[in-house]
Design a protein around this ligand. Structure first.
Ligand code: ATP
Length: 232
């Protein structure tokens, strides 16, 4: 008797040849991640232990399987060892999350991403050797804190105290070529791109003149981009 049920138009072994990604756990996070990968043209093998969840993703992912990811034999039967990127998106069941991550390490997957639900959980995953430990709730909380505090429309911490921010331009920037505004020398930030209603996003040049109603994308040290986005 089969240990799992399968949906999809390609067998998992063939899928593994196509630089596809395995997403294990199709809850809110895993599902959003898998669907976004599909949207950007990456083929996805989704694995979940819940039949209803599997049915919900039928036809939305290249392949979707009901299986228990804590079983090594099952992962092998699904050709998971042939994939180069696997995401463990199981959250609630920490034991299943850690067991799955450790099996993937044993199988030699070169790029393992695993979701951590707490700092100690993240530490265990890091100690195991998981290549990318992600904490969606914590990261999103920190990101939203920056948005709530200021006038920013989006904030992305790139790492090592460097951030990208989408914000409305301060009045002092409007109507003057960027080359003359000397934003980098004065404020330590770089205006990298701008959005103009009806024209979309464009890269900036020294001749770009920011207009009222534009939105700018600035890069720089976290504190300085935040400070600049608060200027009106
Ligand atoms: P989210 O916040 O992303 O909705 P969550 O953090 O609450 O999810 P869970 O709901 O616990 O996480 O897990 C996500 C999915 O992982 C569920 O759909 C669940 O069926 C699946 N899952 C849990 N354990 C296993 C397992 N051992 N094998 C396969 N799938 C599993």
């Amino acid at each position: 008797m089969a240990k799992y049920s399968l949906f999809g138009h390609r067998d998992p072994a063939r899928l593994a040849e196509a630089e596809s990604v395995v997403v294990i756990g199709l809850g809110r996070f895993g599902s959003a991640l898998a669907l976004e990968l599909m949207k950007s043209g990456t083929e996805v093998l989704g694995i979940d232990g819940d039949e209803e969840v599997v049915q919900l993703h039928n036809r939305l992912l290249t392949h979707v399987v009901r299986a228990d990811s804590t079983k090594e034999a099952t992962l092998r039967e699904l050709s998971v060892p042939d994939f180069s990127s696997v995401v463990v998106a199981i959250g609630g069941d920490i034991q299943a999350n850690i067991l799955t991550a450790s099996l993937l390490l044993k199988l030699g997957i070169p790029n393992i991403w695993a979701k951590a639900v707490s700092d100690p959980h993240g530490e265990i995953l890091t100690q195991l050797g998981v290549h990318h430990v992600i904490s969606p709730e914590k990261d999103m909380g920190q990101r939203v804190a920056h948005l709530v505090r200021g006038a920013m429309q989006d904030y992305i911490e790139i790492g090592e105290n460097f951030a990208l921010v989408k914000t409305a331009p301060p009045r002092s920037l409007i109507g003057m070529p960027l080359g003359e505004a000397k934003v980098r020398a004065r404020y330590g930030v770089t205006v990298t791109a701008f959005h103009r209603p009806g024209r979309g996003w464009s890269y900036t040049s020294l001749d770009t003149v920011i207009e009222d109603g534009d939105i700018i994308l600035i890069a720089g040290e976290s504190a300085r981009v935040e400070e600049y986005s608060l200027m009106r």
